[in-house]
Design a protein around this ligand. Structure first.
Ligand SMILES: *[C@@H]1O[C@H](CO)[C@@H](O)[C@H](O)[C@H]1NC(C)=O
Ligand SMILES: *[C@@H]1O[C@H](CO)[C@@H](O)[C@H](O)[C@H]1NC(C)=O
Length: 242
């Protein structure tokens, strides 16, 4: 049912993942763009990129950096923190993410890792400003809703509204909620893009992700489609700070 690129993850305890200190990564990919060697110029450049991102990202929640003069030695890195996290949470997450991906993809020239609070991507070529259609995964809550048709409809409607709200926002980020009358519950949603994208590409990225709702989260109480350029999440409990 799923291609191998669209890895799926089941998760039972969202609340735990979200609040635990030093939370585990949600997912990662190592790129297939080859290896670098220890003490190579690429390694030096990558470390400079990482230090620069740890330093400059937390204040705004987004950063890009590239270091190196020569084509095959140049390293590119990007960090995005979730729109509601504080500078210190962002910094903690970025520090952990940059270390963890290097452990998980040793000597790999590229990789991407996601946490609840941040994502980090690096590569040996210029990926800034382009929609990432390669790195993507789904998560969903195992619990089924009682009225899937109505719930799916509301979910798509809310996320589409939030895609519309995000792409005109300077942070390319939006959250919102809607009351589910029949179910006497509230549905909470979040949409966010990396800020190297144009506003138009942000909208396109989110719309494409929302199109995947039936594959990802049909009738599920919560779900996410998470990519290298944008992501959405919905839950029937509040998961962002106000
Ligand atoms: C890269 O390094 C890994 C781990 O050391 C190794 O398994 C892999 O074969 C290497 N890939 C290339 C393309 O050299
Ligand atoms: C949810 O629905 C699916 C499909 O009908 C079913 O296979 C699954 O067991 C249900 N999950 C729970 C937790 O009831």
């Amino acid at each position: 049912m799923y291609s191998t690129k669209l890895f799926t993850t089941l998760f039972f305890s969202l609340a735990f993942l979200q609040t635990s200190f030093g939370a585990d990564p949600l997912f990662h990919f190592c790129s297939n763009s080859g290896n670098f060697t220890a003490q190579s110029p690429y390694e030096t450049n990558l470390k400079t990129v990482i230090n620069s991102l740890i330093y400059k990202t937390p204040s705004t929640g987004f950063g890009v950096s590239s270091v190196g003069q020569y084509q095959n030695q140049k390293a590119y890195g990007l960090v995005l923190c979730r729109g509601d996290v504080s500078a210190s949470e962002c910094k903690t997450c970025v520090s952990e993410a940059t270390q963890e991906i290097l452990n998980r993809c040793p000597y790999n020239k590229g990789g991407i890792i996601w946490y609840d609070y941040c994502m980090f991507k690096y590569l040996d070529n210029d990926f800034f400003g382009k929609i990432d259609n390669t790195n993507k995964f789904y998560m969903w809550n195992l619990r089924n809703v009682s009225e899937p048709a109505a719930f799916n409809y509301k979910t798509k409607e809310l996320l589409s509204q939030l895609a519309h709200k995000a792409y005109v926002d300077p942070k390319l980020y939006a959250t919102g909620e809607v009351k589910l009358e029949k179910l006497s519950e509230t549905l909470y949603g979040l949409t966010q893009c990396t800020r190297d994208l144009s506003s138009v590409d942000c909208k396109k990225c989110l719309d494409d992700a929302i199109e995947e709702l039936p594959n990802c989260c049909d009738g599920k109480e919560g779900g996410r489609v998470v990519g290298g350029s944008c992501n959405f999440r919905y839950e029937i409990y509040p998961f962002v700070k106000q």
